[in-house]
Write a protein that binds this ligand. Structure first.
Ligand code: UFG
Length: 328
C-alpha cells in the first residue's frame, strides 16, 4: 500500500516507516520537522509540510495516490501540555481534523491514529483494558481523546476505516541502529537516564517519591518502539469501513522510575545520579495495561519489550549517536 505517514520524521513514525517498507508498503512522510529529523526519513519520499495546511495534505495524498494514513504528527510531552494547552489543542486536535478533512477531499478511506494511554487518566482498575473509562488528567491526554472521538464520528458519517493505537510508554531504539530517539530538550525518562550514564547530563530528576507504589515513584508500562511500529503494520490488515476501533499497545508490565534507573545502572555499568523533585503535574501514579484485544483482533504481541532489551537498545543508540556528534 502507499501510506501517508504524518510525523514520519519523528521517533515512532520513523521506526514505523522502516517496518512498513520491510513489509512491502511505501511510506510517504509528511512532516514540518518541528520536532522530527530529516535524517530519520530513509524509507520513502519526504514531503515537507504542516498539518494545518489542508491544501498541501490533499495535494500530497493525490500526487502519491495514497491509500491509507498513519497519523503520528503531534506534540507529546505531558508536562509541556500543562503549560501550553493552546499549542497542544491546535496541533493535536485541529491537526487531526485537517488530516480527516483532507482524506475526505482526496478520497482516502483508512486511517490509524497515534493515541495514548493518557486518554485513561487515573485508571480505576489495573491492568487497563480498552473498556476502561477514558478521563484524561492533562491537556495532552484530552487532545488525544478528542482526536479519537473525531475519528469515530468521521468513520460512521463518511464510511472511513479508523483505528486508534493507544501506546503506553514508547522507548528503546531500532536494534539495527538505523534510527533512535532524539528529542530536544529530552524529557522522557529512559533517554534522560541514559544521558546521565553517557555523561551528557549530571543527574536525572525523579518526579515524586511519595506515590502509593512499591517504592514511592511512578509506575509505567514501557513498550519497545519496534513493537509499536509492527503494531501499525498489523493494524493495516484489520480495517473495517464505517468503524472506529481502539487498541492498547503495551508490554503488560509496570516498572517504577527507581527500577528503571537501577536497571540502567546495571546495563550501562555507570553511576547514575538522581535528584528528587516534587510530583509532576498530570502524572497518574500507576499505568500498565493488557493488550489482549490487540492480540486477538490485529494479531499483535510485544516481542522486544522486556525492560532490559528496551534499555540496551536505547543505550546502543545513544552511545553510537553521541560518538557521531562528538566526531562531527
Ligand atoms: N520521569 C522522571 N524524571 C524524568 C522524566 C520522567 O521521574 O526526567 C517520570 C515521570 O514523572 C513519569 C515516568 O518517569 O512518571 C515516565 O515519564 P515520561 O516523561 O518518560 O513519560 P510519560 O509517562 O509522561 O509520558 C508517556 C508518553 C505519553 C503518554 C504518557 C501517559 O510519552 O505519550 O506516557 O502518561 F501519554
Amino acid at each position: 500500500m502507499r501510506i501517508l505517514v504524518t510525523g514520519g520524521a519523528g521517533f515512532i513514525g520513523a521506526h514505523t516507516s522502516k517496518a512498513l517498507a520491510a513489509a512491502g508498503h511505501e511510506p510517504i512522510v509528511f512532516d514540518n520537522l518541528s520536532t522530527g529529523h530529516r535524517w530519520a526519513v530513509k524509507w520513502g519520499p519526504f514531503e515537507y509540510g504542516d498539518l494545518l495546511d489542508r491544501a498541501a495534505l490533499i495535494d500530497v495524498m493525490r500526487r502519491h495516490r495514497v491509500e491509507a494514513v498513519l497519523h503520528f504528527a503531534a506534540l507529546s510531552s505531558v508536562g509541556e501540555s500543562n503549560i501550553r494547552p493552546d499549542v497542544y489543542y491546535r496541533t493535536n486536535v485541529l491537526g487531526t481534523l485537517s488530516v480527516l478533512d483532507a482524506m475526505k477531499d482526496a478520497g482516502v478511506g483508512q486511517i490509524i491514529l497515534s493515541s495514548s494511554c493518557a486518554v485513561y487518566g487515573i485508571p480505576e482498575k489495573i491492568p487497563i483494558d480498552e473498556s476502561a473509562l477514558t478521563d484524561p488528567i492533562n491537556p495532552y491526554g484530552s487532545s488525544k481523546l478528542m482526536a479519537e472521538k473525531m475519528l469515530g464520528d468521521y468513520a460512521r458519517a463518511f464510511n472511513l476505516a479508523a483505528v486508534a493505537l493507544r501506546y503506553f510508554n514508547a522507548a528503546g531504539a531500532d536494534p539495527d541502529g538505523d534510527v533512535g530517539e532524539e528529542h530536544s530538550p529530552e524529557t522522557h525518562l529512559i533517554p534522560s537516564v541514559l544521558q546521565v550514564a553517557s555523561g551528557i547530563r549530571d543527574y536525572v530528576n525523579v518526579f515524586g517519591s511519595n506515590y502509593k507504589t512499591l517504592d514511592g515513584t511512578c509506575v509505567r508500562d514501557y513498550v519497545h518502539v519496534s513493537d509499536l511500529a509492527n503494531g501499525h503494520v498489523s493494524a493495516l490488515t484489520s480495517f473495517k469501513f464505517g468503524e472506529f476501533r481502539s487498541f492498547n499497545l503495551s508490554s503488560g508490565c509496570g516498572y517504577s522510575v527507581n527500577q528503571i534507573i537501577d536497571r540502567a545502572r546495571f546495563i550501562t555499568n555507570k553511576e547514575i545520579n538522581t535528584r528528587i523533585l516534587n510530583n509532576r503535574m498530570g502524572d497518574p501514579p500507576v499505568l500498565y495495561a493488557n493488550s489482549n484485544l490487540a492480540k486477538s483482533e490485529i494479531n499483535w504481541i510485544a516481542k522486544r519489550s522486556d525492560i532490559d532489551t528496551i534499555i540496551s537498545d536505547a543505550w546502543s543508540w545513544i552511545s553510537h549517536h553521541r560518538f557521531k556528534v562528538v566526531c562531527s
